[in-house]
Design a protein around this ligand. Structure first.
Ligand SMILES: [Zn+2]
Length: 92
């Protein structure tokens, strides 16, 4: 197990977009349960990593997990993009 980054536990981070336009954000999330005391005032679960991509003016998001895994995020973005019938802008 790699050592936990304490910073990621309290700070919402963004890993900037790379060449392929995919960026990663670490976010606190709400579980959506109206009876959850933790989420009463603010989303309080996580933080979890999400991948974001902007393809053909559409925003695609994909859940990555507790640990940042860029390959996994890119695979999930690519799968969603295909399902939505979008093509990566870099493709000819
Ligand atoms: Zn909750």
């Amino acid at each position: 197990m790699p050592p936990k980054k304490d910073k990621a536990r309290s700070t919402v981070e963004t890993v900037g977009a790379s060449d392929d336009g995919v960026c990663f954000r670490c976010e606190m999330v709400s579980c959506g349960n109206p009876r959850c005391k933790q989420c009463k005032d603010a989303p309080s679960h996580g933080p979890y990593w999400y991948a974001y991509a902007f393809i053909e003016q559409r925003t695609i998001t994909a859940y990555v997990g507790v640990e940042l895994d860029e390959d996994k995020g890119r695979r999930r973005i690519a799968k969603k993009a295909r399902a939505m019938g979008l093509r990566r802008r870099a493709s000819p």
